[in-house]
Design a protein around this ligand. Structure first.
Ligand code: NAP
Length: 418
């Protein structure tokens, strides 16, 4: 396996905080207008020239996209909703920036020779095609879009040539392409895995804030409103992942993500509630030692870790203030009040088509909840019912996954109309 510098584009030279002596790492920020995308741009802008945003994408928030392009002067801007893009006034785009309209533009920039790192920060299964294009073009992919792995974990691993993986550096890709986690929990696990060998890992422990309803009774959960579900206590994120955090489906997706990223069976993955969101996750080794990664709940830190990997640099993320008293609590996850977690473990164990069905059913159910067509407590039962009624395939093709994705979304509509 080549070393990280060679897989992530030109080396950045300086390791002592001085100005870089070599070319910047060229980053395509897919989903630049979203929460992760905006945080990534703040990391890039604070990188002292080590990182350069060469492509930015947005789906419909074109005013923000243009404002970002004026600031960062990328080579490409991709406006994925082609119809909406056709109606927009793009006259303010910088002179050297090329505008690409429609989703194919994502695949084009993800595979272009002028890109070193692709930050996959589009929400939902629409992020899959560009992630696969980036892997196919042997890029380093900084993966925020967990739905890609949940939906198509076996295909992504196959594309990475992951069968040959051995040590911690090879965990995420045995070929030339590389997948680096951006999700804070998986970034923490990735970092903690550097403390020992793969065969010395006893289990990984994913931490979960517990979301806004951590202490709510099962009965009061039936009364949850959209505004209450959108008010996350520790993280400021896009609406879909915020609802997923409230149902704890986000943790279910992360269980499946951890399974595919680290090649871990479901029984080696645990979830523990940690309301402060400071311990981002842990790795327990066979001798009982537990390695954790800590930091404030600020996504700029895991984003920077992925974009600058394997280097650590000073960046814009907040710091823990050790002059203050901190109390860190851990409590067991309640699988009865938050049954989404059970689905996560079941899908990680089953593999095959189950992740794609769960992911699509959940995306569609969250949309229906946000539109007032489904109760909060119906989201997970709808997903379970659809998952149980699908025809399981242990070794699906991409076409089959896409077909099931479409089918599961239609099934949710039946639930929403019932
Ligand atoms: N936010 C976090 O702290 C966090 C943490 C860990 C992992 N993640 C993961 O990161 C991903 C992004 O999350 P987020 O919170 O940043 O979401 P977000 O704020 O909703 O942003 C989503 C981005 O995707 C674009 N987009 C939406 N629909 C699209 C489509 N059909 N085709 C192409 N682009 C589309 C949006 O464009 P417009 O805004 O222009 O419509 C926006 O740029 C998700 O997979 C999430 O699970 C997020």
């Amino acid at each position: 396996m080549p070393n990280a510098s060679s897989t992530a584009g030109p080396s950045n030279g300086a390791t002592d905080g001085s100005k870089p002596t070599e070319s910047p790492r060229r980053v395509a920020v897919l989903g630049a207008t979203g929460s992760i995308g905006r945080n990534a741009l703040s990391v890039i802008e604070a990188s002292d020239g080590r990182l350069q945003a060469v492509a930015l994408s947005g789906h419909r928030n074109f005013d923000r996209l243009v404002e970002q392009a004026i600031r960062l002067k990328p080579r490409w801007v991709v406006a994925t909703d082609a119809a909406a893009a056709g109606r927009h006034d793009w006259s303010q785009l910088p002179a050297g920036t090329e505008l690409l309209k429609g989703p194919k533009g994502l695949e084009k920039v993800a595979a272009d020779a002028g890109v070193d790192v692709v930050l996959a920060a589009i929400v939902g299964s629409t992020g899959l095609a560009s992630t696969l294009a980036a892997i196919g073009a042997k890029k380093t992919v900084a993966l925020a879009n967990k739905e890609t792995l949940v939906m198509a974990g076996p295909l992504v691993r196959q594309a990475l040539g992951a069968a040959a993986c051995k040590g911690h550096d090879e965990l995420l890709g045995g070929g030339v392409a590389r997948l680096l986690p951006v999700d804070s929990e998986h970034s923490a696990i990735f970092q903690a895995m550097r403390c020992g060998g793969r065969d010395e890992v006893e289990r990984v422990v994913l931490t979960a804030s517990g979301g806004p309803f951590r202490t709510w009774s099962a009965e009061s959960l039936t009364q949850v409103t959209v505004d209450e579900a959108l008010a996350h206590p520790t993280w400021n994120m896009g609406p879909k992942i915020t609802i997923d955090s409230a149902t704890m489906m986000n943790k279910a997706l992360e269980i499946i993500e951890a399974h595919w990223l680290f090649d871990l069976p479901a029984d080696k993955i645990e979830v523990v509630i940690h309301p402060q969101s400071v311990v981002h996750s842990m790795v327990e080794y066979v001798d009982g030692s537990v390695m954790a990664q800590l930091g404030p709940p600020d996504m700029r830190l895991p984003i920077q870790h992925a974009l600058e990997y394997p280097h650590r640099r000073s960046g814009p993320a907040e710091r823990l203030d050790w002059t203050q008293t901190h109390r860190f609590e851990f409590e067991p996850a309640d699988l009865d009040r938050f049954p989404a977690l059970k689905l996560g473990f079941e899908c990680a164990e089953a593999g095959g088509t189950s992740g794609a069905v769960l992911n699509a059913a959940n995306e569609s159910a969250v949309e229906a909840f946000l539109e007032g067509d489904l109760h909060f407590t119906e989201i997970v039962p709808a997903c379970r019912s659809i998952l149980e009624s699908h025809t399981f395939d242990s070794d699906p093709t991409l076409e089959r996954l896409v077909e099931l994705d479409r089918w599961a979304r239609q099934e949710v509509q039946t639930w929403a109309c019932a």
